[in-house]
Design a protein around this ligand. Structure first.
Ligand code: GDP
Ligand code: MN
Length: 381
């Protein structure tokens, strides 16, 4: 579960990490009211799950009532990298002299949590990690002991942080580590951690991703879950009861069983395509489930072609085939080419039943994926 910036800031602030004054707003009027309350300048920030919101037009600074109104009008309702913006965070703008980075995540290679600090905050930290790995100081933590204060001081020193704020940054890092552990987080990050001209340190952004399987231990976070899934497609997937993850390619993938869907994803990539999603419709493939799955991929603007990969077991191939026919026959037109691969129980019967006016049928997974990747390339061209 990925929290929104405003939710993560609430959690960080409760733990004692300084954050700017802020209010969540859903309309131009609410933005202006919040801005008047907070005092100018304010930052108006889109609350959607994408990075690099600043560059994409999802963050604007406003120095006056008029500017707050303009910022709200341009950001609320905008499409930010495929996400519709319904809510913005209005927050006291920070007058900063420096942008730092602090983060805690799991280093799987080392099998230990790692705390990181960099003086190169504000920008995409993955790029820093690639181009200039030495610019990020890392300190591994033994979870049995937690993060020792000297480790935080060492990381901050190694990162070359200005001594005037080093103590505060070290304290924020240990707080962030404790919070990461307490909340069963997978990632906790502040980028940028802003330094002001009077040497205050403020979390201007906040990322907190929490292990879904630990949510039962965190009633407060579980309560935030519904609001966190504001993405229309993710919300739809929740309603339909599908396991769904949106990805950034254009090949829509539907399958039954997580392993089968993962394999399909890998093959799409192998044949030069780019998966648009992970969608596991689970057991049973009654027409309604098939219709819902198709609705998911058809309503995703990024999808250019679809592959249906079904392995019949308890769910029989003929049943799935009837479901696919029924779902597609109910549409006036098929918006995107669909390739179906059926295997397992009653697969041959299923292939006979499939209406080839509506779908392309392939016997092997390789053929199905290759054909889908070609379909996607044709639409792109
Ligand atoms: P992200 O790009 O989606 O991670 O959004 P961030 O919250 O990290 O903001 C991106 C950039 O917007 C920051 O690095 C700043 O340069 C700018 N920004 C965000 N909030 C403020 C603010 O309060 N004051 C000022 N001056 N700039 C801000
Ligand atoms: Mn950021």
């Amino acid at each position: 579960m990925r929290l929104h910036e405003y939710q993560a800031k609430e959690v960080f602030s409760d733990a004692g990490i300084p954050t700017p004054d802020s209010t969540l707003a859903e309309s131009v009027e609410e933005v202006v009211d919040a801005a008047e309350d907070i005092g100018y300048p304010v930052a108006v920030k889109a609350q959607v799950h994408v990075g690099g919101r600043g560059k994409a037009g999802g963050i604007e600074l406003a120095e006056s009532r008029e500017e707050a109104e303009e910022a709200a009008e341009s950001i609320i309702g905008m499409d930010l990298k495929g996400y519709h913006v319904d809510r913005v965070l209005v927050e006291a703008a920070v007058d900063f002299t420096d942008e730092l980075y602090v983060g805690v995540t799991m280093d799987r290679g080392e099998g230990k949590p790692v705390a990181m600090v960099s003086s190169k905050g504000g920008v995409n930290i993955e790029e820093v990690a690639e181009e200039d790995p030495d610019a990020i100081a890392r300190e591994h933590v033994d979870p049995a002991f937690g993060m020792h204060p000297y480790q935080a001081r060492k990381a901050v020193y190694d990162a070359g942080i200005d001594p005037a704020v080093a103590g505060d940054v070290a304290k924020i890092l240990t707080t962030l580590y404790d919070l990461w552990e307490d909340k069963d987080a997978s990632d906790a990050e502040i980028n940028p951690l802003m330094v002001t001209s009077d040497d205050e340190v403020v979390a201007a952004d906040a990322v907190l991703n929490v292990d879904d399987d630990a949510l039962f231990r965190h009633a407060d976070l579980a309560e935030m879950e519904e609001e966190a899934a504001e993405d229309d497609l993710e919300a739809k997937a929740n309603d339909y009861g599908f396991d769904y993850v949106r990805l950034d390619g254009n090949v829509g993938i539907i399958g039954n069983g997580a392993g089968l869907v993962m394999t399909t994803l890998d093959l799409v990539d192998y044949y030069g395509g780019a998966p648009a999603n992970f969608l596991d419709i689970g057991g049973g493939a009654k027409a309604e489930r098939v219709t819902n799955a198709l609705d998911m991929v058809f309503s995703d603007e990024n999808v250019d072609a679809v592959v249906f990969n079904i392995f019949g077991g308890i769910t029989r191939g003929d049943e799935v085939a009837r479901g696919i026919n029924e779902a597609l026959e109910s549409l006036d037109e098929i918006p995107k080419p669909v390739v179906v691969r059926l295997a397992g129980t009653n697969a041959a019967e299923g292939r006979e039943i499939l209406n080839t006016d509506l779908v392309q049928v392939e016997e092997t997974l390789e053929d199905a994926v290759q054909r889908t990747v070609e379909n996607a390339k044709e639409v792109e061209a």
